[in-house]
Every structure is written in structure tokens, then in C-alpha cells.
Design a protein around this ligand. Structure first.
Ligand code: GRG
Length: 330
């Protein structure tokens, strides 16, 4: 069966008309008195991006009665944090491209990318300020979590002895935190009840974890064509994700250590052998089973809410994120 289009999964016109406003506001919020800084700040906005975080904010806002500007501003703030963090991430990774265009660091240089990212983060705070103290504090905690996640990932780089618990902590901080915040801020801006805000937050946390776990599995199984880069790039960077970490603890752990213990850069054949051992040991299936448990936990988080069109939407969005994996399998 064809993969559903995300628009069909969210059949709520208000959500999509607010998202159109988010798009306009993203450009307003990233305009500087200096036209060069405006160009830098808008470089990735114009290149696309899936806008999942503002979409989640609009969906979560449907848990409350407000269909005004506050949910729109919540969506703008979370996308600006996301894009700002991508600027910094591309400096750290020395990335050449992002969203199918030249990355900011490669197009200009690291200084420009760092300042552009800082500007986007600053504008995110400014956009969130009228939403209130809770919103600003939530965003500030989320910037800190992104930094903590990135630092922990750096600390664990090339380390063959850490386990799944460390992996889960990294992805909770660097990815799930902002996805959770997108749902939480949207629910707050929509005027949802405290119970609904908590439910949206728990749902966002679980779905955010699944989002990164699915990405990490894809790096090990998808075609090069789908990924736009060779499979196994995480291994090449010394980042060992859940299936590899489980495999290191299994019967092939010794063979894997022999392959991975020598210093990087690994040859293509080494990466291929590691991937082959991970696949044949059933560790892709094991990681996917763990994502399915989290999708069930996400569903459980919203199960206590009064049943409505929006609870069905939450459920379908979770499934959609996981469907990417079967779509990308060779
Ligand atoms: C100063 C806020 C701040 C951060 C610095 C660099 C850093 C610390 C954190 C990096 C966090 C990061 C890039 C996590 C990965 C998140 C992720 C899954 C990105 C890809 O998201 P998509 O697929 O991308 O939604 P698009 O382009 O579609 O928006």
C-alpha cells in the first residue's frame, strides 16, 4: 500500500491554515536590519524541511480551545530553535549540505554559521516571550537539553563499551526534547487543560524517541539513494546507535570489536562487514521492536484524553514516523 500523505493524516483545516501563517511568520521573525544576516538566517528556511515540529505544535494546540496566533507563534519558536541547532550541528559535523542545499558553514564559513544559529535562537526566544514565562523557560530548558545531548554524544564517540541506556539518554536530549517541547508548547498555546498538556508532552517524548531510533535504523538499512549518502555513515563517524550497541553485547561482539577497535577512518569494507553482522544477528528487528513498544507508550499517553478527532490524529502520526523504515528498505 502507498505511504499516506501527511496532509491526509491530519484532516483538520485549522491546523493547515495556521501552518501557512507559521511559514510567513518564519520569514518575518528572521528578518534583520542587516540584509546579509537576513540572507544567512533564511538560507535553510528557503530550502524546505519537513516542518514536523510546527505541525506537532498545531496538532497539540487542537487539545485546547484557542485557534488564534498563540499556537502559530509556538510553531515559529520551535522551528527556529530546530533550524538554529542545525546551523550549529553542521559546524560540528563539518557538513557540506543540508536540506539538499549547501550548508551555511560550507556556503560561507563557521563564524557565519555560528552567528546565524545564535540569531535564530535569539529570535525564537523573542517570539516565545509573549506566550509567557512558562513558554520561555521551557524553550531555555530545551536549548540546554540539545547542548547536553550533543556533548554526551561527543563524549561517547568511538566508545565501544557504552550501552543502550547511554544511547537512549543522548537521543532523549538531542532529539526527543524538542519534539516533546513542540507538542507541549502547542498544547499550552492552545489553552489545553493541565492533563492534556501532560499527555501531549508524554506523547511527544515517545514519538521523538521513535523519530531518532527510526533515523538511526535507516542509516543501517536504507539504500544510499534514499539516504542521499552511503549507509553506515554513523559508524563512519564513530557514533554507535542502538542496533550496533546491542550487537556489541551479543555473540558477535568480539568480531565487531576487532573490526571497530582500530582507529577511524574505517574503510568501506569494514563498515559493510559491521552492518552485515548487525543485520544477520537480528538487531535491526530488535531495535524496531523497541520502537513499536514506544509507539504503544505514545498511544497510552493520550488514551486517557476524551476521545476526539485529534486523539486519532496523534495515533496516526506516530505510525507514520515508523512507516518510513519499511518504505526505505531495499
Ligand atoms: C545552541 C540550541 C543549540 C544547540 C547546539 C548542535 C546542537 C547543540 C544540537 C544538535 C541537535 C540536533 C541537530 C539533533 C538532531 C535532530 C534531528 C533529528 C534533525 C533532523 O530533523 P528533521 O528530519 O529535519 O525534522 P528537517 O530538515 O526536515 O527539518
Amino acid at each position: 500500500m502507498d505511504r499516506p500523505v501527511i496532509r491526509d493524516l491530519v484532516p483538520i483545516d485549522r491546523v493547515w491554515s495556521r501552518l501557512e501563517k507559521v511559514e510567513r511568520r518564519l520569514y518575518e521573525a528572521t528578518t534583520s536590519e542587516n540584509p546579509f544576516l537576513t540572507r544567512i538566517a533564511q538560507h535553510l528556511l528557503g530550502a524546505g524541511g519537513k516542518r514536523y515540529r510546527p505541525l506537532l505544535a498545531q496538532v497539540a494546540a487542537e487539545l485546547g480551545p484557542h485557534d488564534g496566533d498563540d499556537p502559530v507563534e509556538a510553531g515559529v519558536a520551535v522551528e527556529l530553535v530546530h533550524v538554529g541547532s542545525l546551523y550549529h550541528d553542521d559546524v560540528i559535523d563539518e557538513a557540506e549540505s543540508r536540506r539538499q542545499v549547501t550548508s551555511v558553514n560550507a556556503n560561507w564559513d563557521n563564524t557565519v554559521a555560528i552567528l546565524g544559529g545564535d540569531f535564530l535562537l535569539a529570535r525564537a526566544s523573542e517570539v516565545a516571550a509573549p506566550l509567557g514565562q512558562e513558554a520561555v523557560a521551557l524553550l531555555a530548558r530545551t536549548y540546554a537539553a540539545l547542548c547536553e545531548g550533543q556533548i554526551l554524544e561527543l563524549q561517547l564517540g568511538d566508545d565501544l563499551e557504552h550501552g543502550a541506556a547511554d544511547y537512549y539518554r543522548v537521543i532523549e536530549l538531542k532529539t526527543a526534547s524538542l519534539i516533546r517541547t513542540s507538542a507541549r508548547l502547542g498544547a499550552i498555546a492552545g489553552g489545553a487543560s493541565p492533563e492534556a498538556v501532560e499527555a501531549a508532552s508524554r506523547w511527544g517524548h515517545e514519538v521523538g524517541m521513535v523519530f531518532q531510533m527510526a533515523d538511526d535504523v535507516l542509516d543501517l538499512i536504507a539504500t544510499d539513494e534514499y539516504l542521499g549518502k552511503p549507509a553506515g555513515s554513523d559508524i563512519g563517524e564513530g557514533t554507535f546507535t542502538l542496533p550496533v550497541l546491542h550487537a556489541l553485547e551479543g555473540p558477535d561482539g568480539g568480531k565487531l570489536r576487532d573490526l571497530l577497535a582500530p582507529r577511524r577512518p574505517y574503510g568501506d569494507d569494514t563498515v559493510e562487514q559491521v552492518i552485515a553482522l548487525v543485520r544477520s544477528g537480528g538487531y535491526i528487528e530488535r531495535a524496531l521492536a523497541e520502537t513499536r513498544e514506544r509507539i504503544a507508550a505514545a498511544d497510552a499517553a493520550i488514551a486517557g484524553l476524551p476521545s476526539s478527532a485529534i486523539t486519532g490524529v496523534f495515533s496516526r502520526l506516530g505510525e507514520y514516523l515508523l512507516d518510513r523504515v519499511s518504505e526505505a528498505r531495499p
